[in-house]
Design a binder for this molecule. Structure first.
Ligand code: C2E
Ligand code: CA
Ligand code: CA
Ligand code: CA
Length: 280
């Protein structure tokens, strides 16, 4: 239905036509950026809510065209997905992240989590690529978690079957799977229970912006309870305040990620963080 709407507007709506032209330019720039090595990967700690240790880092891609400020992924991932460039970019991020994370895992047992888009999972050789990235960096499967969104698995059809096959194969090699942005998608509980999943990442939109708002508190409780009832490790995103962390601890959430614990930073910054955690 979405594609149909696009086609219709392409003909009649000048605003949509401009947007389309902008997208095409963006895809051209992305392609050039990939050629010219303009991408980097930043890392954000995921900490245990009891203990505060960095048990994992999430890899988040950044694009820095020469002479410009870094562009956040929200601005180019959609174009990368539409154009299929995400397959190439995603593989690059995966390989970069595995290489950066190898010493962290070998020294501290810290794992790495990488976002994977549906387009990547629909490729026949996705599992092979992941295994190659692990082999080339000297990491075991257990060092890696793949983050996917709920819709990817709940949708039916050939793509969902291929996705499921990839994830099942990788999981038997020790790779773990996280559902990203939990609570914003389909939330078919019976479904989730039967899928090859290890972590649920509770979307940051559930973090209350007002600590005195009982309704917001009830909502975050409901979603944490839901996640825990599936007997999966729960990770809260968007933990910005001490109040958030305290609330999540009370609710029995396992891990947290957010500005309170650390913003995304370079690989060097992540290494320093691990060193300083180990020496306290
Ligand atoms: P995400 O996977 O949900 O990643 C978490 C986003 O929340 C990141 O934004 C992170 O910087 C931001 N964040 C972290 N802590 C806080 C906090 O306390 N408060 C708030 N408000 N935000 C916080 P970022 O890096 O801009 O990435 C945006 C999205 O782009 C990601 O959302 C993910 O969906 C996508 N993305 C990033 N890197 C990749 C990638 O390598 N591949 C793919 N396919 N998607 C990626
Ligand atoms: Ca993510
Ligand atoms: Ca998320
Ligand atoms: Ca997201």
């Amino acid at each position: 239905a979405k594609a149909e709407g696009k086609d219709r507007h392409q003909v009649f709506d000048p605003r949509m036509r401009r947007e389309q032209a902008g997208r095409i330019r963006m895809v051209e720039r992305l392609r050039e950026g990939l050629e010219a090595d303009e991408f980097t990967v930043h890392y954000q700690p995921i900490v245990t809510l009891r203990g505060g240790r960095s048990v994992a880092f999430e890899a988040l891609v950044r694009w820095t065209p020469p002479g410009q400020d870094p562009i956040g992924p929200d601005r180019f991932i959609p174009a990368a997905e539409d154009s299929g460039l995400i397959v190439c970019l995603g593989e690059w991020v995966l390989r970069r992240a595995c290489a950066d994370a190898a010493p962290w895992f070998h020294t501290y047992g810290t794992t790495i989590t990488v976002n994977v888009s549906p387009r990547q999972l629909a490729e026949h050789d996705f599992a092979d690529k992941v295994r190659r990235a692990l082999d080339d960096s000297g990491l075991p499967g257990a060092a890696l978690t793949l983050e996917i969104t709920e819709g990817v698995l709940v949708r039916s059809g050939a793509h969902a079957e291929l996705t499921l096959a990839h994830l099942t194969e990788l999981r038997s090699a020790g790779v773990r799977v996280a559902i990203d942005d939990f609570g914003t998608g389909y939330s078919s509980l019976a479904y989730l229970r039967d899928l090859p999943i290890d972590f649920l990442k509770i979307d940051k939109s559930f973090m209350p912006d007002d600590p005195t708002d009982a309704q917001q508190g009830a909502l975050v409780r409901a979603v944490v309870d839901l996640a825990r009832s599936l007997r999966l490790v729960t990770v809260a995103e968007g933990v910005e305040t001490a109040h958030h962390a305290e609330l999540l601890r009370t609710l029995g959430c396992d891990r947290g990620q957010g500005w309170l614990f650390g913003r995304p930073g370079t690989a060097a910054a992540a290494s320093l963080r691990l060193v300083s955690e180990a020496t306290v």
